[in-house]
Design a protein around this ligand. Structure first.
Ligand code: UGA
Length: 423
């Protein structure tokens, strides 16, 4: 099939590459011309396992990137994968989405064949119907029956996005008609896993509810962890026993510093604002955020208890990314931890295998070093903020610390004498 994907970010690029890998002919529209250039050279502008290999195989053959809306009028399906960043009050900003819909509409004005516009961006329920549909119809001047509308949320984890695309737990397709749904279903032919057919707003809500539920599992584990720590019980032992219940399952029960990244904090906040605008008080969702916001303070308080004062102490920070296997620091829990440490007068030495450059945009003046060993030399204490597998191998490096105070915000070390933020 001929597919146009609007937006060449994490979601758009991975989705486009995977569609091309399935044999479709795919055009990516990305306004950042530098990104377009990189993609067309087969260089992924982001780090994502397996992406470069697929790009190398498909780019210039059945995958291309461009920054205008030319030559897309005959596409069978359009996927909108633009950002829906939070506004100041936490609600989703839909202006890029509306612009993309309008530009697609203008591009397909004269086309006679049936086409489907699909939203992949995470959007509040009702958006496809109330924002995308009218924008496309107005700009194209075409009648309703000639264009189908779908909402097909993504469930891709950064770092595991290709794997998640190729082996999804489910493919959710919300649509305004059977024809539209069948068309999008055809795009996914060859991808295993159940296809869930819903209404447009239900598909939009499934995405928010899924992310909110996962975030809730993490905050729940953290709250249990905070209680366990007071009682001298190891929360990982507890959640291991809890996760064996098939109604709960063992995933996403890792206690620690809480959730970061570009999705969970933003999506839970957007859902809270949506509830409030509908005169609901989302008590549980608000608590999910509240628990999450407090976890970084806890590791700093614990550190203070262990070394009495942080002022002028050399603190080694291992891990800056919001999780392992990515250079992304958006909403990383390392950001508030570093902020509090700096406020307390700490002398920070930071190391991350991939995310140093990204963190320099937030904290340009920190001392960044090229190995965990270098960060640990002469340190008064060490905080582990990301679960990078290479930290598991650290052992003698800790002997070079001035005092051996090691606190994990993510459980990864395999040495003795370590405590966790809530274990
Ligand atoms: C998340 C979802 O997992 C995807 O399904 C979804 O498609 C994506 O958001 C999105 O909305 O686009 P992602 O943000 O890449 O994916 O990261 P996750 O692997 O889910 O981790 C999020 C955060 O939770 C990380 O900071 C991680 O360290 C933390 N986490 C995760 C925990 O603290 N404990 C856990 O048990 C699991």
């Amino acid at each position: 099939m001929e597919i146009t994907v609007v937006g060449g970010g994490y979601v758009g690029l991975v989705t486009s590459a995977c569609f091309a890998n399935l044999g479709h002919t795919v055009r990516i529209i990305e306004i950042d011309s530098h990104k377009v250039e990189q993609i067309n050279k087969g260089i992924p502008p982001i780090f994502e396992e397996g992406l470069e290999e697929i790009l190398t195989r498909t780019i210039g053959k059945n995958l291309t990137a461009q920054s205008d809306y030319k030559s897309i009028e005959n596409s069978d399906v359009f996927f909108i994968c633009v950002g829906t960043p939070p506004q100041e009050d936490g609600s989703a900003n839909l202006c890029y989405l509306a612009q993309a819909a309008e530009s697609i509409g203008a591009a397909i004005q004269g086309t006679k064949k049936y086409q489907v516009i699909t939203v992949k961006s995470t959007v509040p329920p009702g958006t496809t119907e109330s924002v995308v549909l009218p924008a496309v119809l107005n700009a194209s001047g075409r009648i309703r029956e000639t264009i189908g509308f779908c909402m097909n949320p993504e469930f891709l984890r950064e770092g595991k996005a290709i794997e998640d695309f190729q082996n999804p737990d489910r493919i959710v397709i919300g649509g305004d008609s059977q024809d539209a749904i069948s068309t999008v279903k055809k795009v996914y032919e060859g991808v295993p896993g159940p296809v869930i057919i819903t209404s447009l707003p239900a598909a939009e809500m499934i995405k928010y509810a899924s992310n909110a539920f996962l975030a809730m599992k993490i905050s729940f584990s953290n709250e249990i962890g905070n209680i366990c720590k007071k009682l001298g019980i190891h929360v990982y032992e507890v959640m291991n026993g809890v996760g064996y219940d098939h109604r709960i399952n063992p995933h996403f029960l890792n206690a620690g510093l809480g959730f970061g990244g570009s999705c969970f904090p933003k999506d839970v906040m957007a859902l809270i604002r949506l509830a409030e605008r509908n005169n609901e008080e989302p008590v549980l969702l608000s608590s999910v955020i509240e628990v999450n916001e407090k976890q970084p303070d806890r590791i700093v308080s614990l550190l203070k208890e262990r070394i009495s004062t942080i002022n002028n102490k050399r603190i080694a920070i291992l891990g800056l990314a919001f999780k392992d296997n990515t250079d992304d620091v958006r909403d990383s829990r390392a950001i508030p931890v570093i902020r509090s440490l700096l406020n307390e007068g700490a002398d920070i030495v930071a190391y991350d295998p991939m995310a140093t450059d990204s963190m320099k945009r937030y904290y340009p003046d920190l001392q960044y070093v090229k190995s965990a060993g270098n960060a640990l030399k002469g340190a008064d204490a060490c905080l582990i903020l990301t679960e990078w597998p290479e930290f598991k191998e650290l052992e003698s490096e800790f002997d070079t610390m001035k005092s051996r105070v090691i606190i994990e915000g993510r459980r990864i070390l395999s040495i003795e004498g370590v405590e966790g933020v809530c274990w």
